[in-house]
Ligand binder design. Sequence first.
Ligand code: IPM
Ligand code: MG
Length: 383
Amino acid sequence: MDKEKYIKQAAADFEQVLREQLNRVDRMKEDAGQADFANMERIVIGLLGGDGIGPIIMKEAKVLLNEIFTEEIKTGKIELREIEGLTIENRLAKNQPVPNDVLEAIKACNVILKGPTTTPKGGSMESANVTLRRELDLYANIRPVTIPSENIDWMFFRENTEGEYVLGSRGIEIPGTLAMDFKVTTEPGTERIARAAFNYAKSANKNHVSIVTKANIMKKTDGNFSKICNKIAEEYEGIKAEDYYIDIMTANLVNKDIRSKFQVFLLPNLYGDIITDEAAELQGGVGTAGSANLGDKYAMFEAIHGSAPKMVEAGLSSYANPSSIFKACEMMIRHIGFKEKADVLDRALKICNEEEKAVIVTGDQRGATCEEFGAYVLSKLNN
Ligand code: IPM
Ligand code: MG
C-alpha cells in the first residue's frame, strides 16, 4: 500500500472539507430572514411521497389536509402542491440524493410534508433527508413525545445540520485498512439550536433543559456543544440546564421512577436521532411520533420512522400506521399559524391513539389498514 499517496489525498480532501465548513459558518452568521406566515397571502405546502410505505401514509395525509383546509384551499390561502421525483429509483438514476428539479420545486414551497425516503447503505449516495436538511438549512429537529398516563411531556431539540451527519458521506477510507468519519460542532450552529430549545422552554413554562452529550469522550465536538448550550442557558433565568451523558440518558428514559421529571432535551444530531426513536417507542411506537425540521426560511415535516422496507417485503405496507405523519401534519398546521385546526387534529389523534386505543390499531398488529385508520382519525375531527 502506498501510504504516502493516501495521506496526501486525505490531507487534500480534509483541507477542502474544512474550507467548506468554515464557509458554512460564515453563511450561518448572515441573517437568512424569518418566514412570516401570518402575513403571507398564500402558503404553499409541498407534498412528497417518498419510498416504501411513504406514498401509502402520505395518501392518507393528503386526504386529511384536504379535509382540514377545505376552506383555505378554496380561497387560495393554502395550496397543496404534489412534488414528484423524490423516489429512490429517480435519485439513483440521476445519481443525486435530491435531484435538482425536485429541490427547485421544494424551494418554491413554504413548507413541505414528506414521506420517509430510503437511504442506500454504504456507497456514496447521501440520504435525501440529510441533503434536504442541509440545503434548506433546517437546523432544529423538534420531536414531541407524550405519555399522559405517566405525566410525561417531553420535547426533543435535536441539532439537525451538524454532528456526524454533515460529513457523513465524506469520510476517508483506505480499503482493507482504515475508515474515518468526521463529526462537526460549530459555535453558531450550536447557539441557534440551544436558543430554539430554551425559547421553547420559556414559552411552554418549562424550567428544566437536559443537555445530552458524550462530552467525556467526544471532547472537542460534544465538549463544545455542552459548553455553548450552558452559556446560552445563562440568558434564561429560571430555567435549569443540566448535563447528562447519552448512555445514562437512554437508561433514564426506561426508568419509570424518574423519567417524568425530564422536560426538554437538547442534543447533537446523532444522539437526538437515536434517543427520539427510543422515546417514540415508549409512547406507543415509532409509528406514532411526528418530526418537525425547522429553519428560519423553510420547514419540513415528516414521520420519524423510515420507509419500512421489511414491512413492504412482508406484504404489510397497507397496514402502515399513519399516526406519525398525521402528527407531523399537526405540527405543520400549528407552525403555519392555524393553532385551532392543529388542536382539533391533536384531539382526534389523542382519541384514536390513547383514549380509544383498543378500538382500532395498525402496524404489526394488523388490526386496521392505513386507509381505515385514516378514516377513523378523520371521523374524530369534530369531537
Ligand atoms: C430520522 C431518520 C433519518 C436520520 C434518516 C432517514 C437519514 O432516522 O429522521 O430520524 O438519521 O436523521
Ligand atoms: Mg432516526
